[in-house]
Design a protein around this ligand. Structure first.
Ligand SMILES: NC(=O)c1ccc[n+]([C@@H]2O[C@H](COP(=O)([O-])OP(=O)(O)OC[C@H]3O[C@@H](n4cnc5c(N)ncnc54)[C@H](O)[C@@H]3O)[C@@H](O)[C@H]2O)c1
Length: 313
């Protein structure tokens, strides 16, 4: 029996639980929220689609009752405030750091062997916080950001190429911020053909720019941050782990010298399998990309430093 807990039953959390159930990623899915009745109601709503959509997973909701999350294989943290138009993800740290710390510690008490997937923003810093306070091995603390950013990159590439996004390959590394993420255009392909053979430099620059502000664009349109792709990306990471898929997915993980960085969680390609992060994939980056990665790490580190000012670390 496999079990996944999703903490936070808001836009992202409920979407994630819905995708987990629809794709039968786990036998049992539990949503937990502090808002009385919300996760219970959303769980019943999702369960009332089971017959229509034909899935066998069960979804249950609870209000702040961590006992119900006991023995989860995976805990996905989506609790916290989302950004509003004009805000950066980094501005959320004051509120979200306290929430993520509290939630991660409470959930781990009941599921000491769980693998943690962090979605709350600023995601790299929240992943770092969870990694530092929980004392878990680095393979068990994973930030979902690169999975989403890479999916957005493939979307914009597919739009530029006029093809299906499933036929495009591309990854985004670095921090999960509007100015810190690094879409690796040089390595992106369509059916094995480098996209640089198919698109002009101008078009590729536009795709890269759109990817980097992909979240902000949607926040501007929606008045709050997006949830369909973020929720699905969380479920995608969980599925790769539970089903031991050994997929290469860019995720925010603790580095110990890889890519020239240490004491930081930041997006790099990793192999996801039953132990969480099975391996960090090393790509030989071009020298200008190495510089961008170092800059991105410096920016993530300056956000991490706020954790000490807030006294949560
Ligand atoms: N990493 C990513 O790629 C990515 C993408 C989108 C959103 N996000 C982030 O995910 C988070 C959630 O976004 P959303 O749109 O779902 O927000 P939302 O407001 O719709 O939902 C957040 C939920 O968290 C709950 N919550 C707050 N404190 C809690 C606690 N202590 N315990 C349990 N639940 C608690 C709230 O009651 C609410 O239901 C935000 O921080 C957002 O910035 C990250």
């Amino acid at each position: 029996m496999s079990k996944v807990t999703v903490v936070g039953a808001g836009n992202v959390g409920a979407t994630c639980a819905n995708v987990l159930a629809f794709n039968e990623v786990a036998d049992e899915i539990v949503m937990l929220d502090v808002k009385e009745g919300v996760s219970e109601g959303k769980a019943i709503d999702i369960m009332q689609t089971a017959q229509l959509l034909g899935f066998d997973s069960t979804v249950a909701g609870c209000t702040s009752d961590y006992a119900k999350t006991a023995n989860s294989d995976i805990i996905i943290i989506t609790s916290g405030i989302p950004r509003k138009p004009g805000m950066t993800r980094e501005e959320l740290i004051g509120v979200n750091a306290g929430i993520v710390k509290n939630v991660a510690e409470s959930a781990l008490k009941y599921s000491p062997n769980a693998i943690l997937i962090v979605i709350s923003n600023p995601m790299d810093t929240m992943t770092y916080l969870a990694y530092k306070i929980l004392g878990l091995p680095k393979n068990r603390v994973i930030g979902m950001g690169g999975a989403l950013d890479s999916s957005r990159f493939k979307y914009y590439l597919s739009q530029a190429l006029g093809v299906n996004a499933n036929e495009v390959e591309g990854i985004v590394i670095g921090g999960h911020g509007d100015t810190t993420m690094i879409p690796l255009a040089r390595l992106a392909t369509y059916k094995g053909i480098p996209v640089s053979h198919l698109l002009s430099d101008e078009k590729i620059s536009e795709v890269v720019k759109n990817t980097m502000v992909g979240g902000a664009t949607l926040t501007g349109l929606l008045g709050t941050s997006a949830w369909y792709a973020p929720g699905a990306a969380g479920a995608y990471v969980a599925e790769a782990i539970i089903h031991n898929q050994r997929k290469v997915v860019p995720c925010s993980v603790a580095l110990e010298g890889e890519y020239g960085e240490s004491d930081i969680c930041i997006g790099v390609p990793v192999v996801l399998g039953k132990n969480g992060v099975e391996e960090i994939v090393k790509i030989d980056l071009a020298s200008e990309t190495k510089e961008l990665f170092a800059k991105s790490a410096a920016s993530v580190r300056s956000t991490n430093a706020i954790l000490k000012e807030l006294k949560v670390l």
